[in-house]
Structure formats: C-alpha cells, structure tokens
Design a protein around this ligand. Structure first.
Ligand code: DNO
Length: 394
C-alpha cells in the first residue's frame, strides 16, 4: 500500500541576523525554510540577485526555501491611493523574481497599518515559560492614552474604557512605553513605527470601511493572481491577527465568509489562503476543522499554533496542542485534503513559548528555538499518529 502524504515541515527563518541559525534549524528536523527579505523597504522590488543570494545560503545548509513570508503589501495598495498602481507593478515584478528562484508559495497579509498585534510579549505561564498575550484593556490604554486616537473610546465597551482609565493611572511612563513598543512591534528586521506615524496611517482609513477594503484587496488580487498563475506561484493570504477589528480599522480576513468572498470574487487557482490556526482560533466564532474542510485545496500554506481565550476575549498563546483549538481535528482535516488532492502542504510550527535556555537569550518574540521545537515535535507526532490510523482504515 502506498503511504499517505505527510505535510512538509518548515521553519520560519528571519535571515542571517536571526539568532536561530540554519544549523540550528537542521536539528529541528524541518526541511523547508520560510523566509523573506526583511531589509527591503515595503513596496520596493525584491531583486533577483538578492533572492538568489538568500536561496544559496539556505541551500548550502541542505535546506529548501519553500515559502516566501511575507512580501508586505504597501499601504498605498491597501488604501488604493497615491502611487498604488506603481506599487502593484512592483509587486508583480517581485512575484516573477520569486518564481525565477523556484519558490512556489508567497504569503502576504492585508491587515491595515499593523501586522500582528499583541499587548505583552512575555506573559508568564504557570510552568515559568513566557507567551505572547493580547489584552483588551491594555489595548485601550494604548489607544486612548498613548496613541490618543480621536474618539478612540467609542471603539470599546464602557466597561473596558473605565478599566483602562483605572489601569492607566497605575502605569509608570516606563510601563506605558513598553506597551506602546509591544503594540507597534511589527516584524523583526523591518522598520519600526512611531505613534505619530501610526496616527497618520490610521487617518488614511477614515473613509475606508469593510466593503471598501475588501474591494481594494480584490482589485489587488485581480491584478496579481494572473501573474502568479502564469509563473507557477501560489499566493497565500494570512488572516487578521487578531481576527477582529482593532484601533478603529476594518478587518477583512477574519473568518470563512471573508475567505470565501475573495476566492469567489477572484477566481484564479493561484489565489489561496495561509491557514493560521493561531490567528483564526482567537475568535470563538471560528470552527477551524469546518473551515479547513470548506476551503479544501484553496489552502496553500499552514501555520499551526493555539490560543487560550478568557471570557472577555483576551487570549494568550497556549502550547501547540493545548488551548481552545482542537489541533487533532484540524490536522486530520488537512491530511484528508492532502490525500484528496495529492498535495503536501507546507506547515510551520508558529510561535512558541520562550522557555528553558531561551529565557536567558535575546530572541525574536514568538520565534525562539526551543518553544517552536517543542511545537514541531508535538505536531510531528500528532501527524504521524493520524496518518497511521488513516492508513489502517484503508
Ligand atoms: C506573526 C506572523 C505574521 C505573518 C504575516 C504574514 O508571527 O504570523 O507576521 O507572518 O502577517 O503576512
């Protein structure tokens, strides 16, 4: 009997400055690398020579550059203002250059202003490890008292506004600065933002609602999907993290409906999803195994991670097999899709706790080695168990 198709095990590497080296990654057992040219400013073309240079470094270690994550979408494209047409053309050139290197998948996101958002990067777990955490009251403190976004308090329930007012009074300037730098953290190796820059960017969305942002995304996709298809690259949009509106911004990639909307509007096989269980799982409304089933072969890349919510919607990043999402059921659905469509999807263990020796090191938040290694090891075992039992049923 032919063995069933397993997922491709990949690992995110932020490039030569990543404290986790390619040699370290070799020892995790991952074979694929997820990487990006983080030093290239948002909107600029990813030049072929730079891509080839990065690819050579990865291959020298016997690894494969399997996924590009991410080519950031310039804010002008998201707001469809200014030089957006130019930026779309540049994006197309970058896609073509990625294709020339033989990298088959590009991940990106369409989150306005900020990439992923948390309020703490070292939230203590009972076992002494540290996790990433999102707290509504701290977000409101940032929004109302640090950023001072006009009418920010109207974005929160009264209870949260009152709690934020109390909490703000107890915070030192140092603590406030820390919250601000966490909320605006962004991606390692990319330009940092300031509250002034953030306020300016937020203002550009004043007249962009959910429908308008959706339309801007569909326009962008209708332009780039044919290029991706022609050169054999699959696109994978990353969901909103967290999957609900924050800072008064519209969010358009937070649930199945959002995903089906773009797949339906831009019917091109290159147009697909990065299924991030950690992002989507932070909303109790999302039924992840059902989403995987519904999306089928439109899932092009997978991030496996778990979150644990409280009754107010705050959440911390849990162990990969812990938390609110049923990882067994999700992985099983993904494996079924793989057999149905005869594909092996790349997945990466997304984020991990800072733990053991990594607690003494400077690490990229969420991306220390040991926590992710624990996640990868557990997921690998889970996958093997599911595959074996599926094989037995045949
Ligand atoms: C966070 C990541 C995101 C993701 C981008 C994809 O750790 O999952 O930063 O890479 O949003 O575009």
């Amino acid at each position: 009997m032919k063995p069933l198709i397993a997922m491709e095990q990949t690992w995110r590497w932020f490039g030569p400055n990543d404290p986790v080296s390619l040699q370290d990654i070799k020892q995790t057992g991952a074979t694929g690398i997820v990487s990006a040219l983080h030093h290239v400013p948002h909107g600029a073309i990813w030049e072929l020579n730079e891509l080839l240079e990065r690819k050579a470094i990865i291959e020298k270690m016997g690894l494969t550059w399997s996924v590009v994550e991410s080519i950031t979408v310039h804010e002008s494209i998201k707001t469809r203002t200014g030089n957006y047409k130019d930026y779309i053309e540049k994006y197309k050139t970058s896609i073509r250059n990625v294709a020339k290197c033989g990298i088959p998948i590009i991940t990106y996101n369409f989150m306005p202003v900020n990439d992923w958002t948390r309020t703490s990067l070292n939230y203590p777990m009972t076992d002494g490890s540290l996790a990433l955490y999102f707290d509504w009251i701290d977000l409101a403190v940032f929004d109302i008292y640090i950023l001072k976004r006009p009418r920010a308090e109207t974005s929160y329930p009264e209870k949260t506004v009152l709690a934020a007012e109390q909490l703000f009074k107890t915070y030192s300037q140092e603590q406030l600065d820390a919250i601000a730098s966490v909320v605006m953290f962004g991606i390692p190796g990319e330009a940092r933002t300031t509250t002034t820059m953030m306020l300016e960017k937020l203002a550009t969305y004043t007249h962009i609602d959910h429908a308008a942002l959706q339309e801007n995304l569909c326009h962008f996709l209708s332009e780039i999907s044919p290029v991706a298809e022609e050169c054999g690259v699959k696109l994978a949009i990353h969901p909103d993290d967290p999957p609900f509106p924050i800072l008064g911004l519209p969010r358009i990639m937070s649930n199945l409906e959002d995903m089906e909307h773009i797949l339906q509007k831009v019917q091109n096989p290159a147009n697909g999803i990065c299924f991030c269980t950690g992002s989507l799982g932070a909303s109790e409304k999302n039924n992840l195994p059902a989403m995987v089933k519904a999306l089928g072969n439109r899932i092009h890349f997978v991030h496996l991670r778990n979150t644990k919510r409280d009754q107010d919607g705050n959440f911390f990043e849990a162990d990969h097999l812990g938390g609110d999402s049923d990882m067994y059921a999700v992985v099983k659905e993904i494996l079924k899709i793989q057999q149905e469509y005869q594909v092996s999807l790349p997945f990466r263990p997304d984020h991990g706790h800072q733990m053991l020796d990594d607690l003494k090191k400077v690490t990229n938040p969420g991306y220390s080695a040991i926590g992710r290694l624990r996640g990868l090891a557990e997921l690998r075992g889970l996958e093997l168990g599911i595959l074996r039992s599926l094989e037995e049923q045949l």
